[in-house]
Design a protein around this ligand. Structure first.
Ligand SMILES: *[C@@H]1O[C@H](CO)[C@@H](O)[C@H](O)[C@H]1NC(C)=O
Ligand SMILES: *[C@@H]1O[C@H](CO)[C@@H](O)[C@H](O)[C@H]1NC(C)=O
Ligand SMILES: *[C@@H]1O[C@H](CO)[C@@H](O)[C@H](O)[C@H]1NC(C)=O
Ligand SMILES: *[C@@H]1O[C@H](CO)[C@@H](O)[C@H](O)[C@H]1NC(C)=O
Length: 676
């Protein structure tokens, strides 16, 4: 626990850029950037991770490094006469302490974001949940990015005049710097309904009928149509935009960029139209190139179809300096620009002023949202259900029993073995909501609420939201809705699932660029074994399977298995331990089939109580009330009370960590370090 290593890291880390406490990136086999005629860098769902990931080497670069990286790629485009465009598709706020713990909440975020030259930017749903953050877009992001901010289906009440107006211009037409490619661009948000009263999201199906939209797509003097937005690339919204635009432009290339679902994905609409989604949390820099675009200056004489010569290629770059140095052809000395270094320093000083490295305790093991099955002793939900909630939540008096229900979507990120810091606290639970409860609910109904919430079914189809997937973490919503194959629902050990990518032979992998067009089959060239050098072990990470195959990731990883999680989990408070079979208390119970049981009582010495309190995070009140109504128990929001004056779950969790994982020898900065 000597402090010397930290100081050394700080000194050298400063020279490398990234945040001083970020781990050094690890060398790994890389696929090249498929640079083309028109190139894009795409970020989405940053959620405040401007400082990068300080406990994961693969994603340890910060926003300053991204600024340096983009500068080098822009220089490359200028040097070889190609073009580079930067896109961000929203959800820049909420989910990281640099946003959520500052007062006011956007204090550092807008200043950091605006340092990057983003050519096309839009709002996500997180910018719109609260009126203040929508106003933050109005007062900061929109003016900071001026003409580059588009709001094709989003209005705001102007806080100065009280009148309703588009948050930004609906669309724009521009030409690229070096080739004069004429681009018509739109910036959308999905059909979001959870926004505060000062914004208006117009459904995409209504927007495409608007006069301005129909006029805009009549324009034939365009070389490329670009639709970017906070929209899942496999959503109905994008399917409709694709078909509407394609009807008006039978052969103009249409490029989509999407977001919201926190995954890496690439979708091919047709041989002239594709969509890229670039992950989440500054883990991924999406790269896209298009070649063969016919421009007014550069006609292709061989064909009368613009589509036929097109070539689309994508790459998901792991956000770390090893990847960035490689793809920019720079090294540790030549990579950082003065501007990038400035921004890294600004992020560092913002983090310091917020004491984000303050340690509350040392996590004794990793706890994962999706990388372990549920239940499992390394599932964060099993930890909540069997340790944190029962040990933190007190029933009203010792004779009362309670059931505590939480939706899994309230937990945003993993806990890694080691320091649990102020940073960790907000990464895991950025939301400010507290815990509500209903008193003395008949136990026969109360114990069935969790089953209904996890079964979706009747109560959930009665809401506008069609199903309960919004109770889940975003990655799981994307899976449930559009990608049923994405998560494994069996609770088996990930090491029992070696898949093809995990057996890649380092020496024989084709690291060159590959062309991805139209309906190319997934590549199967990973099994030629040479008895040459011993390959270094691959780092676990994303192994993306998308419409173009399995070679989109820049870094060749050993696969990580991801598992399904239930909508909600439940802890029992005040019951004797022997009478509870929490579904998380045994790691050998089956997967999804066992979820619906929650912490169901088994026959024991203890007789079932007549009544219990039902406790739940405020966010899910609507569904708890619906479930009870379905079970014949009528309650309304007026019947609910706030636990401990609305103490947030975030604070409940932090108190538990201090009480159970606390460190004794915290120094003045709260940075004692944890045993390794
Ligand atoms: C970095 O690249 C520059 C220019 O190519 C070279 O002069 C320098 O020696 C390199 N530095 C390192 C540490 O490799
Ligand atoms: C870096 O920051 C310094 C001091 O704040 C400033 O004078 C300088 O202009 C900045 N340089 C760049 C390239 O942003
Ligand atoms: C988790 O459970 C596995 C299998 O039951 C066991 O081998 C392992 O030691 C446990 N890990 C912890 C941290 O308790
Ligand atoms: C969730 O709703 C979408 C449409 O709103 C539907 O397509 C999908 O099948 C539903 N998923 C589940 C798991 O019910």
């Amino acid at each position: 626990m000597s402090k010397t290593p930290l100081i050394l890291v700080a000194l050298f880390g400063g020279a490398l850029a990234a945040q001083p406490s970020a781990p050094d990136p690890v060398a790994a086999p890389l696929r090249e950037l498929p640079w083309g005629q028109l190139n894009f860098l795409h970020t989405t769902d940053i959620h405040g991770w401007w400082g990068g990931h300080l406990q994961e080497a693969s994603y340890s670069s910060d926003w300053g490094d991204y600024i340096s990286f983009a500068k080098h790629l822009r220089d490359r485009a200028d040097a070889d006469g190609t073009d580079l465009i930067l896109v961000d598709t929203g959800d820049r706020i909420e989910g990281n302490a640099i946003y959520d713990s500052s007062k006011p909440r956007g204090k550092f975020t807008y200043e950091i974001a605006k340092e990057q030259t983003i050519d096309l930017i839009c709002s996500g749903n997180h910018e719109l949940y609260k009126a203040e953050s929508a106003d933050g877009e109005f007062y900061h992001t929109v003016p900071d990015f001026k003409d580059n901010y588009l709001a094709s289906n989003l209005d705001i009440i102007n806080p100065e005049t009280g009148g309703r107006q588009p948050l930004a211009q609906r669309y724009k037409k521009f030409t690229t710097k070096n080739q004069g490619i004429r681009i018509l661009a739109f910036g959308f948000i999905f059909d979001f309904t959870g926004n505060d009263k000062n914004t208006f999201v117009q459904r995409v199906e209504d927007t495409v009928k608007e006069e301005w939209f129909r006029e805009a797509i009549k324009d034939k003097e365009v070389d490329l149509i670009l639709v970017y937005g906070h929209v899942d690339i496999r959503s109905q919204e994008y399917a409709l935009l694709y078909s509407t635009i394609r009807d008006a432009h039978w052969d103009t290339p249409i490029q989509f960029f999407g977001g919201h679902s926190h995954i890496r994905d690439y979708h091919i609409f047709d041989s002239g139209s594709v969509a890229l989604e670039s992950g989440r949390y500054m883990e991924t820099l999406g790269f896209m190139s298009i070649s063969g675009i016919t421009t007014s200056r550069h006609q292709n004489p061989n064909t009368n179809s613009k589509k036929r010569t097109l070539q689309f290629q994508r790459r998901y770059i792991d956000n770390n300096l090893f990847s960035m140095h490689h793809h920019s052809g720079k090294n540790a000395t030549t990579f950082p620009t003065q501007h990038g270094l400035n921004v890294s320093l600004a992020i560092g000083s913002a983090r310091k002023s917020l004491s984000l490295n303050h340690i509350y305790g040392c996590a004794p093991r990793d706890l994962f949202v999706s990388r372990r099955p549920y239940p499992h002793n390394e599932s964060i939900f099993t930890w909540l259900e069997t340790e944190l909630l029962p040990q933190s939540i007190k029933s009203r008096d010792p004779s009362k029993k309670a059931l505590v229900i939480m939706n899994t979507g309230g937990i945003r990120f993993d806990v890694f073995k080691g320091p649990f810091t102020k940073d960790t606290k907000f990464l895991v639970s950025p939301f400010t909501s507290g815990i509500a409860y209903l008193k003395d609910v008949p136990y026969t109904a109360a114990k069935r609420v969790i089953k209904l919430l996890n079964n979706a079914g009747p109560i959930l189809s009665s809401t506008n939201d069609a199903n309960a997937t919004f109770l889940l973490p975003p990655e799981h919503v994307a899976a449930a809705r559009y990608r049923p194959h994405l998560f494994d629902s069996s609770p088996t050990d990930p090491s029992e699932h070696p898949n093809q990518d995990g057996m890649l032979d380092f020496a024989s992998v084709d690291l060159g660029t590959r062309q991805h067009q139209g309906n190319q089959q997934p590549l199967r060239d990973t099994h030629h074994h040479h008895a040459s050098t011993e390959p270094p072990p691959l780092i676990p990470g994303y192994t993306t399977h998308d419409d173009a195959g399995s070679d989109g990731d820049d870094t060749i990883h050993a696969p990580i298995q991801f598992y399904n999680v239930p909508n909600c989990i439940q802890a029992a408070v005040g019951f004797s331990p022997a009478s509870v079979s929490g579904s998380g208390s045994s790691s050998d119970s089956a997967g999804p089939d066992s979820w619906v049981d929650g912490a169901e009582m088994v026959d024991g010495d203890e007789s079932e109580p007549e009544v219990v309190d039902i406790m739940y995070n405020e966010f899910i009140e609507k569904w708890v009330l619906l479930a009870l109504a379905y079970l014949g128990e009528s309650y309304s929001a007026e019947d609910s009370h706030l636990y401990e004056d609305g103490k947030s779950f975030t604070d409940i969790m932090t108190d538990w960590v201090e009480g159970h994982w606390g460190v004794d020898d915290v120094d003045d900065d709260g940075e004692a370090g944890c045993p390794s």
